[in-house]
Design a protein around this ligand. Structure first.
Ligand SMILES: Cc1cc2nc3c(=O)[nH]c(=O)nc-3n(C[C@H](O)[C@H](O)[C@H](O)COP(=O)(O)OP(=O)(O)OC[C@H]3O[C@@H](n4cnc5c(N)ncnc54)[C@H](O)[C@@H]3O)c2cc1C
Length: 482
């Protein structure tokens, strides 16, 4: 029976249905199978804990997952990983994901379609030490004036000199002004990079978090600045491999299992009420520890309702995040349609209905997706307000104009996916909660938590989620869940 299967790893009860503390102590529930929850589950299973991974949705991956539509298997949004995503890449490898098959590795680049007045900037594939790879790319870059190049060199030199640290956080726009960046470099390089990495426009984005990302990519060894494009769907890329890995170590992973309530039992155990198709009704079960790896607002709802615990201060912090949307417009053409490069930056101009910021040729990543282009719009509020047909049409026209290729204006079909709560606005001085909730044996994991070392704080990304999951597992291992 599904419910018994679900209950078995985490719910060793005695004959009267009461929790058996002796057996329950080393069992841990991970609530949420996004990338943070999956990372925590893997780390705990590796440490010998009996892990139960509970996911409300049918598909694992959370905000980076496969979406099954009537036409095709798509992702909820095109993602890019960086070579600097060290923890994500480590756990992918641990769980048996073959990197070369799973992602296409490209050197750092910002390449616009020719004739759009953009630029062509690409790091050399030679293994040059930083910052030589960047300087070489700068020297070779086309579409930038001498003044633009000098301004970029000035930025990286100054940032290195400051050790990528600001005394007081400010907006990315203020930082760029302080470093005397040219309007063209801002438009072609810094703004798109800031939108892609922080999903927040430079006027509102945290300069310190931006510098943290630049330090680990532009400022580090060349491989850290590589851009990795998923060749498989996002659920396969890590979450499903992680779930299988946990199950192979005696744990269990269930989709369609929503945690409705959390209760503390005598301060030693945690009781979860779980409902959904995987459990066939509602089921209560007990664990020695809990990793709460949902989004921040869902975590607040569950924490708020824990009887006998005052979590109001933490809940206030969890509900203070401002959501930012990301829209991906998928356009399917004839399978013979192929761009020259796997992806391009685009010059967006919402005033003229040019919303697209990057376009990815999925066919160059996965042969089964030949002719499928994915156009990404970060911080997509105004674009997402458009009716989907109009938005898709506008994006198709933008591609036809930019690539001077009329066929791109006439896709066979399209699919617009807007994630309204894709990330949180990564504003200056944002206060993020730690993994530690102050409740023994209950920790938080998610892309929104603060790193123990502030210099390691990342924006809402896969790497932030995975690092948070790893930190949550480490905390639980150190705590009373022995
Ligand atoms: C469209 C889009 C594009 C993006 N692009 C990039 C990119 O290019 N590069 C990058 O690094 N990052 C990107 N991101 C950000 C990245 O996807 C997220 O930062 C990351 O996936 C967050 O993972 P998480 O585990 O912290 O949270 P989530 O993915 O939100 O996981 C939380 C999980 O908890 C589950 N859950 C919630 N409540 C319950 C409950 N009561 N019981 C059981 N389960 C529950 C949810 O269903 C969900 O699966 C993008 C995000 C989106 C949406």
């Amino acid at each position: 029976m599904a419910d018994r299967d679900l209950a078995s790893p985490g719910a060793p009860t005695d004959k009267r249905g009461q929790p058996d503390p002796g057996q329950t102590r080393r069992s841990v529930a991970v609530i949420g199978a996004g990338w943070a929850g999956c990372a925590a589950a893997v780390e705990l299973a590796q440490a010998g804990y009996k892990v139960t991974l509970l996911e409300a949705a049918r598909t694992f991956g959370g905000r980076a997952r496969r979406v099954d539509t009537d036409r095709a298997h798509l992702d909820n949004g095109q993602h890019i990983l960086l070579g600097a995503y060290s923890e994500t890449l480590r756990l992918m490898q641990l769980t048996g994901v073959a990197r070369d098959q799973a992602v296409l590795t490209l050197p750092l680049q910002m390449r616009y379609p020719p004739n759009t007045g953009g630029m062509d900037f690409v790091a050399p594939s030679l293994p040059l030490p930083a910052p030589l790879h960047l300087l070489t790319a700068l020297f070779r870059a086309q579409g930038l004036t001498g003044e633009d190049k000098l301004s970029l060199a000035r930025f990286t030199t100054s940032a290195r000199w400051m050790d990528w640290q600001l005394h007081n956080d400010c907006s990315v726009s203020e930082l760029l002004e302080r470093f005397d960046q040219t309007p063209r470099l801002i438009a072609l390089m810094w703004r798109p990079l800031c939108l892609a990495a922080l999903n927040t426009p430079p006027e509102r984005a945290s300069a310190q978090i931006f510098l943290n990302v630049l330090r680990d990519s532009l400022g580090a060894r060349r491989r850290a600045s590589d851009m990795l494009l998923p060749r498989t769907d996002l659920s396969k890329l890590f979450p499903e491999a992680a779930a299988a890995w946990v199950e192979a170590r005696g744990g269990s992973a269930r989709g369609g299992a929503k945690v409705q309530a959390i209760r503390s039992i005598e301060g030693r155990l945690w009781q979860l009420d779980i409902s959904g198709s995987a459990v066939g009704g509602t089921w209560s079960t007990y664990f020695g520890g809990v990793v709460l790896a949902t989004g921040a607002s869902q975590a607040a709802t569950l924490l708020h309702d824990i009887p006998g615990r005052d979590t109001s201060a933490l809940c206030a912090r969890l509900t203070a995040f401002e959501p930012e949307a990301i829209t991906t417009v998928y356009l399917q053409y004839d399978a013979a349609i192929r761009l020259k490069l796997p992806f391009y930056a685009l010059r967006d101009d919402p005033g003229n209905h040019h919303y697209g910021q990057f376009v990815f040729d999925r066919g160059q990543l996965d042969a089964s997706q030949a002719g499928l282009l994915a156009v990404v719009i970060s911080a997509s509020g105004p674009a997402a307000a458009q009716p989907q047909e109009l938005l898709a049409e506008a994006v198709a026209v933008q591609l036809a104009v930019d690539f001077q290729w009329p066929e791109l204006g006439r896709p066979d079909w399209f699919k617009v996916i807007t994630e309204k709560r894709a990330t949180y606005a990564c504003a200056p001085g944002l206060r993020r909660p730690a993994n530690d909730t102050g409740l023994p044996g209950l920790v938080l994991a998610g892309d929104y938590t603060a790193a123990s070392d502030a210099a390691k704080n990342y924006p809402a990304t896969l790497e932030a989620a995975v690092r948070s999951g790893v930190a949550a597992a480490a905390l639980l291992k150190r705590s009373a869940v022995q």
